[in-house]
Ligand binder design. Structure first.
Ligand code: UDP
Length: 242
């Protein structure tokens, strides 16, 4: 059962369920897509009408933000927990390591994907890193051909939202990738250039507070969360009835 938050259909999967479903998909088909929107990304659908369709075209859509869990509570939906992109991607990588699977790292500033690859190689001895590519490009023709030739089991696309979701949607048929995930700043964390919030913050749904303390300029973005919830209260019932 999906929960409709302002037109975006969220799955009620735990991180573990999302990982298992993704790994199972490798037996059947290529191009299994995972998106993990937060309230900011759901808000994009207000101005960009096609974007909800792009998000809803994914095989798995889980919330990467406590705001979506609050929205679900307001709408009496099914979502109980966040299932962030980083945790799902890391879990898939762990399972791929067990079967000597492959991952292609795409996104971030120059050298970030390579640094992430080095760290992953140290942690996961059987994992095959079949390619790395930064996320600042004018023409992606060669990138598409490089990924398609590498045929990765997992393609991490870290271009920030909504760019990464749109890029995956437009190109997934050409990429020969098993699982594709829009994973935002995960590449910086894997590279050791950004830190995740300590467990206390993540456990209590306070990751936003940690990020605000670390980067006070995010206040402009965060001020939109209460507005998002007001929108859910005003429009949510109508949406949910669809
Ligand atoms: N990024 C990229 N290409 C772009 C824009 C962003 O590779 O054209 C990368 C950026 O370097 C960072 C990641 O996308 O590693 C996530 O960016 P951001 O922090 O804006 O997204 P968030 O994680 O907040 O969704």
């Amino acid at each position: 059962m999906k929960t409709n938050i302002l037109g975006v259909q969220f799955d009620n999967y735990t991180v573990e369920e999302a990982i298992n479903k993704s790994i199972e998909s490798l037996e059947n088909k290529k191009g299994f897509v995972i998106y993990t929107p937060n309230p900011e990304i759901v808000n994009v659908t207000k101005k960009d009408k096609d974007f909800a369709g792009i998000l809803n075209s994914a095989d798995i859509v889980t919330p990467d933000g406590i705001g979506i869990v609050y929205a679900s509570r307001i709408l009496k939906g099914n979502i109980k927990y966040r299932a962030p992109g980083f945790d799902i991607a890391k879990g898939i990588i762990e399972k791929l390591n067990e079967r000597a699977g492959s991952v292609y790292l795409f996104g971030g500033k120059p050298t970030v994907a390579e640094a992430a690859a080095e760290n992953l190689k140290k942690e996961y001895k059987n994992l095959v890193i079949c390619g790395t590519q930064d996320g600042y490009f004018k023409d992606d023709t060669e990138i598409i051909s490089s990924i398609s030739q590498a045929e990765p089991d997992l393609l991490l696309v870290c271009l920030g939202a909504p760019k990464q979701e749109k890029w995956i949607y437009e190109n997934k048929g050409k990429l020969n990738a098993g699982i594709l995930i829009g994973a935002g700043g995960s590449i910086d964390v894997l590279a050791g250039q950004a830190k995740r919030a300590p467990e206390f913050f993540t456990k209590h749904g306070l990751e936003w507070l940690y990020r605000l303390i670390k980067q006070p300029s995010r206040i402009k973005r965060m001020i939109k969360l209460p507005l998002f919830l007001i929108d859910v209260i005003l429009k949510g019932e109508r949406n949910n009835a669809c």
